[in-house]
Design a protein. Structure first.
Length: 390
């Protein structure tokens, strides 16, 4: 299947430039899930066939997710979301190395890693939050210097949700392996946007979530390398081979499997069609709006994400104006949108801003066209100019 454009369930009533926050459920995904709400709603753990036959649907979805990331099916289990996957991976690594009390992560991780690490600090763990440079890049030398004999786990993301900046996952993993340290990678924003191939990759745990790739919210997965230790985070029944208690959400898992298959098929189209549209919008904004600056590395970045600072423009006011014009974007992570604080990602990259909130994150998907992107450019330019004229 070669998907260069996504067909949406309904025409969008808005210009949606917030795919890193969430994505629309694709019609094929919705269709694949439907029977599991209406006809095939049994419990896969039941002994009778009306339930037990659903195990086949779970295994098909598992192999579809495994195929997307180049894993074996036995290395993938389903979770409720990537927040759970991230917590579960770090938890498993710490349980496997009970004498080690040091964790390494970065200052720009998603809150599901950062806040868990901060909670672990209160339990007596020592956490190193690695810095990034002003382009959002991680320096391997900083990681190397932070590793000690007491380090149990390194948790670093593949692609940043606010800037799209990519971390050198393979080099990080190789360094961790050479020091006998477990490595967890939050690949939520990378999966479906760049090739993620775990075969031969020195990664022990890798998290992903459905709602960033055309599946519904509320379903995620964790890859656990066959040689990596694992102990459950959620204790309960024997579901997921005892790795994750709780009756499986069959419909959503089927949705994630279908979305994974579609994402694999559209990976090259994503790069081919989304990157030029993102570049056109970004160049338009940077060239035509005075005092605009890119947050993030120019090239070492996802094809769909652009984060731009407009000097003197309050991002909340800008987002409100854009909303009135039917344009959806954000100033950072959706999970922290209600926080009065500046983005921790931008602050880590540009501490001299001292908490100023003037950044706009736009993140595109496959449904965009040159027409929707020039309309977005017009709306953003007029909104910034309008605010500056006040
Ligand atoms: N990690 C990253 C990088 C994310 O962008 C997100 C979602 O915004 C998550 C983790 C959490 O995913 P979920 O909403 O499935 O818990």
């Amino acid at each position: 299947m070669n998907r260069s454009r996504v067909t949406l369930w309904h025409p969008l009533p808005v210009i949606y430039l917030d795919h890193n926050a969430t994505t629309p459920v694709l019609p094929e995904v919705f269709e694949a899930m439907k029977p599991f709400f209406t006809e095939r709603w049994g419990n896969p753990s039941s002994a009778y066939r009306f339930g037990s036959e659903l195990k086949g649907a779970l295994e098909t979805a598992r192999s579809q997710v495994a195929a997307l990331i180049g894993a074996r099916s036995s290395e993938v289990f389903f979770t409720g979301n990537a927040t759970e996957s991230n917590n579960a991976a770090i938890h498993a690594a710490l349980r496997a190395k009970p004498k080690k009390r040091h964790i390494i992560t970065s200052q720009v991780e998603h809150s599901s890693v950062l806040n868990y690490c901060m909670a672990l600090e209160k339990d007596g763990y020592r956490v190193t939050f690695l810095p990034v440079d002003r382009h959002g890049l991680l320096q391997l030398a900083d990681l190397e210097a932070a590793l000690t004999d007491d380090t149990a786990v390194v948790s670093l993301m593949w692609a940043n949700n606010e800037t799209g900046v990519l971390f050198p996952v393979e080099d990080i993993g190789r360094l961790c392996r050479s020091r006998g340290v477990l490595f967890h990678c939050d690949a939520v924003q990378a999966v479906g946007k760049v090739p993620v191939e775990v075969t031969g990759l020195p990664v022990d745990y890798l998290s992903l979530t459905g709602h960033k790739l055309g599946a519904p919210k509320g379903v995620g997965a964790l890859f656990v390398h066959r040689k990596a230790p694992f102990s459950p985070y959620l204790h309960g029944g024997h579901q997921e081979r005892g790795w994750r208690g709780g009756t499986e959400n069959v419909a959503l898992i089927v949705g994630l499997g279908t979305a994974a298959e579609l994402a694999k098929a559209s990976l090259s189209a994503f790069e081919r069609t989304v990157r030029p549209l993102r570049d056109a919008l970004e160049e338009g904004l940077l060239n035509q709006i005075p005092d605009a600056e890119l947050n993030g590395h120019k090239t070492q970045r996802l094809a769909n994400t652009s984060n731009i600072a407009f000097r003197g423009v309050d991002s909340d006011a800008l987002l409100m104006l854009l909303d009135q014009e039917g344009l959806c974007a954000s100033s950072g992570s959706a999970c922290l949108a209600d926080s009065p604080d500046a983005s921790h990602v931008i602050t880590a990259m540009k501490p001299e801003l001292r908490g100023e909130r003037n950044s706009l994150r736009i993140s595109l998907g496959l449904e965009h066209s040159p027409a929707s992107i020039s309309e977005a450019l017009r709306i953003i330019m007029e909104s910034v100019a309008g605010l500056r004229s006040l």
